[in-house]
Design a protein around this ligand. Sequence first.
Ligand code: NAI
Ligand code: MG
Length: 500
Amino acid sequence: MIIQDVAAPGQSGDGEAFVRRDHMLFIGGKQVPPVSGQMLDVEDPSSGEVLGRVAEGDKADVDAAVMAARRAFEGPWSEMSPSERSRIIWRLADLILDHAGELATINTLENGKPIGDSLNGEVPFTADVFRYYAGWATKLNGETMTVSAPGNWHTYTRREPIGVTAQIIPWNFPLAMLAWKVAPALATGCTIVLKPAEQTPIGALRLAELAMEAGLPEGVLNVVTGYGATAGAALSAHPGVDKIAFTGSTATGRAIATAAIGNLKKVSLELGGKAPTIILPDADLDMAIAGAASGSFFNAGQSCGAGTRLYVHRDVYDRVVEGVAEQGAAMQMGAGIDPATQLGPVVSKKQQSRIFRILEEGRDDGAEIVCGGFAPNREGYFVSPTIVGNVRSSMAVMREEVFGPVVCAIPFDDDGLDEVARAANDTEYGLASAIWTNDLSKAHRLAAKIKAGTVWVNTHNFNDVTMPFGGFKQSGWGRDLGAQALDLYTETKTVAMRLP
Ligand code: NAI
Ligand code: MG
């Protein structure tokens, strides 16, 4: 979906002015200062300058937000009809599109990504996700069972909202990740305490305001900005939270699952990935090269589905690697807010240093930098598109989620599929994968062999709200999106009634 006309005049606010404000927490439908009085700086990753400040919420604020969410859950939200819930969620989708330019500006300023990606990709996708789940609010039916016990029975199930949910999201797609979590929770009738990433909290605060404008009752969606180790940890351990949903690193996912043990809150985790891209010799190579390059470099590689291990049949290896290198080198690098930019910075100094550390380790171990591998001489946290060759599967660059525009290239010889499937599966992760081939039989057989939650064929990073997304192995628990996400936010109640 392409939005040409950003918004009707007067409807959409000024994204930059919003970012530059001091932002309070959003609890019970109101802006609330943090108990500690502390603020944290939000940076522009394309310059390192401070963009704005948000409240540094911690345990005391989390307590207040959980209380507000509980009150809303027991009160107005549970009394509302599914169709009224649906209308509010739908209205929010409309408001998101009305404010597309403003939201895209906020998203791009705090994350660094190209404005076109925010405006034509992430923002309309965010609206789509709300619209899709608006439809589900009225379709959460139980079923009746036919039991065999003697006598007369009426037995049925009800799908009830799980209650107060905590949602902790990352900085790579600040608005889309919010929608993946918040929309199904609202559709099912849950209430929410959302903790956005400390690098990109501002879009979530604007979206919470729009949700109020759409008619969401106070306390249904609360936003506590702050750090993971304090606000995030307090939410994970909180006895008043019934369910926690998380997207981010596998290490933090493990910490959250551990903290959740206390009250056995339900946990869903969408964690890291190390997606293989497999190019078979019969593939349409122009398409495969463009797809592999964008699969690896889109969003500066900061995508859990990013292609990070490029397995290319030896017959076409040189051509593919050269082609991907050329496409990477041709990307216009710059601040995301500049419409000419195709490759923005990575989100923080910390991420940039981590990427170069992993590359350095690989180099020390004998890996070869085919192209890129440097920080361009400019302000901000940029990383040039990088291809690493001569890798071994034991290297960190092959095992760890790098989260930068970095891809390892590996040739393979036979096309019997088992060898390449074994290599592709040689990872703790299992989130996404891509196969490029025109051979229908090979595509299906390889898709069945890959241990990953998503297999893309002749495409990469394609997400649709209808398609469940999540991980095998250490890439997570549960599935976001599609009808499956509704299961994360509902309990099934069985009612068994004897009819005397
Ligand atoms: P992270 O997983 O630590 O942070 C994501 C979210 O979790 C943020 O909101 C953060 O505040 C929160 N968090 C951090 N520690 C927490 C804790 N102990 N308890 C509760 N919440 C906590 O990711 P980080 O440190 O920003 O990035 C490190 C690496 O993680 C990246 O290089 C990348 O490999 C991976 N990552 C993966 C993402 C994905 O979508 N798969 C998204 C973001 C990061
Ligand atoms: Mg972390």
